[in-house]
Ligand binder design. Structure first.
Ligand SMILES: Cc1ncc(COP(=O)(O)O)c(C=O)c1O
Length: 393
């Protein structure tokens, strides 16, 4: 095997949030870290080599944006997702969360309503409320083995609450759903009808599993193009989120022009050379690594499903359609949410994301990051089994 995803790499002491902030976030630091959404795998050698080559030249001055930077994104989107984007429709941004913040700041004003669909990536609510906007929710509907969008509720909220914006998570974190073309088109037509702008966070869109395609929101209809601002990145895909290498696509000229000018004036869309180098290396040469990584992740998901089915029936994993995060339904333990959190942390010494941070709807759930060597994941599940047994005794 060309890439060794089984290799256990000690990240403690490297300044990694996942390991070195355990004490701050969990009050102890002896847990296996399965929370922050990055992977414990070494990056594609092509990315490491490109960065090392540049870093070996010890002048880190102002840099020009390489001519090939935007084209590497254009070609990636065409080849990987069959989606055509012009270089002029792309702007660099130094993180997806920061990109959402810029969009909220530019397109909405204090007091405006912004809709999210919980359980959903927790910084969305913080961005909305922290910027003085008002959070409106249209929760996902739990169905057998997963979730779906409640389009009737969404229309009702659009009509009654009149939000200025909606933040869509496509694919959805934490439940791992890639929304279908039909669902996205339905959202777009409602957004168009009610004059709602849609931010589509597609940071997990390259990490599609089980051979299913990613559907970019902006690709589904003219209404989607007219309402949408899409954010993507090679960060989750290639395990380089520390390099701040995200990008925005806006197709609609009316939405784009003033916004991109504002981004440029404030130098919010000025990348570091590290970001452009890593992006080009990833998109031009990283695909074989990505394919190997996603197939390893699928193996990890199957291993979790098998272990839970055979040895841990109190935990029901919701199979993700994308990315390396598994939404664990822990309600069959019969415990209340606080007991579940304690079971993982103090009983099994595992640091997962507490499901309730994604919204009230996440009570009874935990989010497991399986972007780690399989032995680490299986050891974690075995410890969880033991902790549960200890509770019953
Ligand atoms: C849906 C979603 N958006 C954004 C981010 C963070 O992106 P960034 O680090 O580029 O701000 C994450 C990270 O987990 C995420 O899951």
């Amino acid at each position: 095997m060309k890439y060794d995803f089984d290799k256990i790499i000690d990240r403690r002491g490297t300044g990694a949030l996942k390991t070195d902030a355990l004490k701050e976030f969990f009050g102890r630091d002896d847990e296996t870290p399965l929370w922050v959404a990055d992977m414990d795998f070494e990056v594609a050698p092509e990315i490491a080599e490109a960065l090392e080559r540049r870093m070996a030249h010890h002048i880190y001055g102002y840099a020009v944006v390489p001519e090939g930077y935007k084209m590497s994104i254009v070609d990636w989107l065409r080849n990987r997702h069959g989606w055509e984007v012009e270089p002029s429709e792309i702007a660099y941004v130094n993180g997806v969360v920061r990109g959402i913040a810029f969009v909220l700041q530019y397109f909405t004003t204090k007091g405006d309503k912004v809709l999210i669909q919980p359980p959903v990536y927790h910084p969305f609510r913080r961005l909305i409320e922290g910027n003085g906007r008002v959070c409106v929710t249209s929760p996902l509907r739990a169905v057998e083995g997963g979730y779906e969008m409640d389009l009737e509720d969404l229309e009702r909220k659009f009509a009654e609450e009149r939000p200025a914006m909606m933040i869509l998570c496509n694919p959805h974190n934490p439940v791992g759903i890639q929304w279908s073309r039909e669902t996205l088109a339905a959202v777009a037509s409602l957004a168009y009808k009610y004059g709602v702008k849609v931010i589509s966070d597609e940071i997990h869109g390259d990490l599609m599993l089980w051979g299913t395609p990613h559907v970019p929101y902006l690709s589904v209809s003219p209404e989607a193009e007219a309402t949408g601002i899409l954010l993507g990145a090679p960060s989750k895909t290639f395990n380089i989120p520390g390099l701040a290498s995200s990008w925005i696509v806006v197709k609609d000229k009316g939405l784009r022009e003033g916004f991109y000018e504002w981004m440029e004036t404030n130098e919010f869309s000025a990348p570091t050379f590290v970001a452009t180098l890593a992006t080009e290396a990833a998109y031009r040469n990283g695909e074989p690594w990505l394919d190997a990584a996603t197939s390893y992740i699928e193996g990890n998901i199957r291993a979790v499903e098998q272990y839970c089915a055979e040895c841990l029936p109190e935990i029901r994993p919701v199979r993700p359609g994308a990315s390396f995060l598994i939404w664990l339904d822990c309600r069959p333990t019969g415990m209340c949410h606080e007991e579940i959190v304690k079971l993982f942390l103090d009983g099994a010494h595992l640091a997962l994301n507490d499901g309730s941070i994604f919204g009230e709807e996440g009570r009874g759930y935990m989010r497991l990051n399986v972007g780690s060597p399989r032995s680490v994941i299986l050891d974690a599940l075995a410890r969880l089994r033991k902790a549960l047994d200890a509770c019953h005794n």
